[in-house]
Ligand binder design. Structure first.
Ligand code: ATP
Length: 698
């Protein structure tokens, strides 16, 4: 354990009694911070033998009397300034003109007291020194003495006792500053003390108050910081500990103030090697707690470095990180599905689900293969939710959705200033955001060779380097990848890295297409109808058509079809209400067996006869522009499917290929804009004008 106070100060005065008296005064004020050792002038050696941090001498005279040989050159020496108490000063401050003897235990002390009284402002009196072996007693009827009544000549009847001289404020401030003890608490003590003494240096006191205020403000601010902060000076002496640092080290600042930082840490069995360099976030152990430590040197005075150490409790950082990750999960990085969401009636699929359930708690990578829309993502979500990482983020990335450079910065993040326009402070990548969770790399077969190489590093070494950075960041992420492409063929064609393939496919799941598990179709239809809550079941002919269809878009296509039928439903669903592709394929199947059958010729729900449009008679250009406008007004997507549906409502049958061709022509004429993706086509200003003109002509 540390002693109550580690700072030792020797007090040397002409007489032991005087040094004891000064010692008592100072101990009463600062005993909690400093140990004072009283010494008589004749016993310097003894005091020097003690390893003290400072020697306080009662006057210049005592200092010059001591033999230089006995003054330890390394120990600092400070002269004690003394003054009068307010009560003592009150007794003399209005004395009338005249002679007064000033009595003390020795000549030097008497002279000192005289100069003090003059300095404090009593100038109208004539003060004469008087001490035990004075050659000639001064001619005065009144004696003034600072607590040394016993030396007053016996014939003097009128004695003014000023009381013991007291240590001046400036001496206290100098001593406290030397030991970095000037803080809020010590300032309060100083202020109280100042009320009862006459200060010899009023100006200095005011300046000091200002400095103390600034310092207190600074320290209060550091006490509000949530990290532990320790500062030390160029000699390695501790100059400040904020409250958090006191808690982490379980040490009050007063016990370590001005002590060597290395010694203090070593006494606590803390590895001090971090003090030799500037470092960030090194993990050390303090009192069985994992602490992240930062050490920074500050060149504030010439070339000598002072230092600042900050401590963070690693658990708190982890908790914060966890909070951030929980937040991330609520911000979208979360797995929505569980194995129980996989609807199936196929023995093949049931076996697959049970295999996947066994893979889930294992931390190995999983490669999911299968055509588009077969449910690969559903499996990835379910694997994560059934794993030990379920409480951490699930980050899904579609590798084919972004251009290479963007995908790279999304995945790995970038450092501050990595490229023009890079966000200040850099950006964390998705791998970082998935830390302790799972990253799902969908369409992995679409990534470039360069990214394949970068990915290999993460999968192999579990570490990333940000774009434009050099720092290696460890990440703890499980990788689940999926693709509809044939990676084995791609490897043979040198389009996919073999080492990456084998790393990814430690565990493999192959989701069969819907046409290979037809028994799932009615089951899934029922499931999606229930979800839509519009229809209880589908009419038999539609159900038959759906079961017959090959479903190239698999479950996604089936789900969309059910959604489409729910919208189309007006109580009497017909086969022609099926999306064109399905109806088309059924008809194609029919036409191969019955070559004479018309493309589509039936009644729709309104009893209107639908026939393929006679395009020669139709202003297809105008029709399409109107349909696009109508879709826009109805808030529908302007894709081909909706345009076909709207045309049907007008009793006109359009084919997808006709629409595609026609839209191309309209675009060339500047009447429509075609946007890539799901945005579909939009009328241009010219397109609107065209319709308007046509209407006017009509
Ligand atoms: N067995 C199933 N039970 C219920 N819904 C399913 C099932 N399989 C797939 N789905 C649904 O079908 C849609 C497509 O599934 P998912 O996105 O998982 O397929 P995918 O194979 O990842 O597709 P892609 O390769 O195009 O990314 C989703 O809405 C999903 O919820």
């Amino acid at each position: 354990m540390f002693p109550i106070s580690n700072i030792k100060v020797a007090i040397i005065a002409g007489y032991e009694a005087t040094s004891q008296q000064i010692c008592d005064q100072l101990t009463a004020l600062w005993g909690a911070y400093i140990t004072f050792i009283p010494m008589a002038a004749g016993r310097y050696e003894e005091s020097m033998a003690q390893d003290v941090d400072l020697i306080l001498v009662s006057s210049h005279i005592i200092f010059t009397r001591s033999s230089p040989a006995v003054i330890n050159k390394r120990t600092e020496v400070q002269i004690i300034g003394r003054t009068l108490s307010k009560a003592g000063w009150e007794k003399i401050k209005n004395l009338p003109d005249g002679n007064y003897m000033v009595v003390n235990d020795e000549r030097d002390s008497a002279v000192e007291t005289i100069s003090l009284i003059y300095e404090l402002g009593l100038r109208n009196v004539n003060l004469l020194p008087c001490y035990p072996d004075v050659p000639e007693l001064p001619k005065a009827a009144i004696a003034i003495t600072p607590g040394e009544r016993s030396y007053v000549p016996s014939h003097i009847e009128h004695v003014i006792d000023l009381g013991e001289r007291v240590v001046d404020i400036s001496t206290m401030v100098e001593m406290l500053t030397r030991f970095h003890l000037l803080n809020h608490e010590t300032t309060l003590i100083l202020n109280e003390y100042a009320k009862n003494i006459v200060s010899r240096s009023q100006g200095l006191q005011a300046t000091m108050q200002g400095l103390i205020h600034t310092k207190n403000l600074f320290e209060e601010t550091l006490n509000m910081v949530q990290d532990g902060v320790v500062t030390y000076d160029e000699r390695g002496k501790i100059t400040f500990l904020n409250k958090v640092a006191e808690e982490i080290l379980a040490l009050p600042f007063s016990r370590v103030a001005n002590r060597d930082i290395r010694l203090v840490l070593r006494e606590m069995r803390i590895d001090t090697s971090f003090l030799d360099k500037d470092l960030q976030n090194q993990l050390i152990t303090i009192r069985s707690q994992n602490i992240l430590v930062n050490n920074m040197k500050i060149l504030s005075r010439g070339n000598v470095a002072e230092g600042v150490i900050t401590f963070k409790i690693a658990k708190e950082v982890e908790e914060l990180e966890l909070k951030l990750r929980t937040q991330l999960r609520t911000n979208g990085h979360t797995a929505r599905f569980h194995f129980s969401d996989i609807v199936t009636n196929s023995p093949l699929m049931k076996r697959l689900v049970s295999r996947a359930q066994r893979m889930a708690p294992n931390d190995l990578g999983v490669l999911i293969l299968g055509e588009n829309g077969t449910g690969k993502e559903l499996f990835a979500h379910s694997l994560h939710n059934a794993s030990l990482r379920a409480n951490f983020p699930f980050v899904a990335v579609n590798c084919s959705a972004l251009p290479e450079s963007l995908l790279e910065t999304e995945l790995f993040g970038y450092e501050d200033g990595a490229f023009t326009g890079a966000k200040k402070g850099g950006k964390p990548g998705l791998f970082e955001q998935a830390h302790r969770g799972t990253i799902f790399l969908d369409e992995i077969g679409d990534i470039s060779p360069h990214l394949q190489t970068r990915l290999l590093r993460v999968v192999q070494q579990k570490e990333i380097i940000k774009v434009g950075g050099t720092k290696v960041l460890p990440v703890d992420v499980r990788v689940i990848a999926a693709t509809n492409r044939n990676l084995v063929t791609m490897m043979k064609e040198d389009k996919f890295r073999e080492d990456l393939y084998y790393r990814l496919k430690v565990l493999q799941i192959e989701v069969p297409p819907l046409r290979e598990r037809k028994e799932d179709i009615p089951y899934l239809v029922q499931h999606f109808l229930k979800k839509k809550k519009v229809l209880a079941e589908l009419p038999e002919p539609i159900m038959a058509a759906i079961t017959q269809y090959q479903w190239p878009g698999n479950i996604r296509e089936l789900e969309n079809t059910i959604e489409y039928l729910s919208i189309m439903n007006e109580g009497d669903l017909q086969i022609e209400d099926l999306p064109f592709s399905i109806g088309d394929s059924i008809n194609q199947a029919a036409s191969t067996s019955e070559k004479t059958a018309p493309l589509i010729e039936t009644n729709d729900s309104s009893g209107q006869k639908l026939v393929p449009a006679d395009y020669a008679e139709l202003d297809v250009e105008r029709l399409l522009l109107e349909l696009i406008l109508e879709a826009k007004i109805k808030g529908l997507h302007t894709g081909r499917k909706n345009l076909i549906k709207l045309a049907r409502e007008r009793g006109i049958l359009l084919t997808e290929s006709l629409i595609r061709k026609q839209v191309d022509l309209l675009r060339e004429k500047g009447l429509v804009n075609v946007q890539i993706g799901r945005a579909g086509c939009q009328l241009t200003t010219r397109g609107y004008a065209y319709i308007k003109n046509q209407e006017q002509e009509d």
